[in-house]
Design a protein around this ligand. Sequence first.
Ligand SMILES: Cc1cc2nc3c(=O)[nH]c(=O)nc-3n(C[C@H](O)[C@H](O)[C@H](O)COP(=O)(O)O)c2cc1C
Length: 173
Amino acid sequence: MKIAVISYSLTGNNDALAACIAKELSAEQIKISTRKSMNNGAIMLDMLFGRTPRSQPGPEIMDKFDLILFFGPIWMGQVASPLRAYLQYLKKSPKRYGFLSISGGADGDNPKLRGELLKRAGAAPVLLLDQHIADLLPTDQKPERKDTSAYTITPAEAERLTNKAVEVIRNTF
Ligand SMILES: Cc1cc2nc3c(=O)[nH]c(=O)nc-3n(C[C@H](O)[C@H](O)[C@H](O)COP(=O)(O)O)c2cc1C
């Protein structure tokens, strides 16, 4: 089975996690970048108006794989907008996919993810794993959004998150 790890990351966390997992699975990692740089204003507009930013490489890159594992941040409860074109492509060219994220988690789970993925890709993900930065921080005080959004995972944390994710992936396939 040929697996592609397709990652988008604004501040590095999801690319780092994707890189560790790709290595563990001996899968190819494809990093997505946007034509225009993303900032909080652009994120807000994408999320409010459902915009799909132009990203590269084109989604046809997925054609040669049997399984796609997407990695990316959660923004305002939704999958990061640069991944939208790839999810939408699966609607006309269906294949099995999973979505994994290291998101902030300051407000708890992101309950709308599964429904959004189903709507955009035309099929539910075979695997959905949303791990949280909030769970990595000290437990003596409740982390706020500003703490989780500014946090960069360490290599040791990336390894721990990878171990958990690889266990879930191996139990699924
Ligand atoms: C504008 C913005 C909105 C965010 N909204 C959420 C959210 O709704 N839920 C969540 O769990 N994390 C949220 N986060 C936190 C990111 O998902 C988290 O920082 C993630 O690790 C960033 O990934 P990256 O380093 O790969 O870009 C948000 C971050 C930003 C910048």
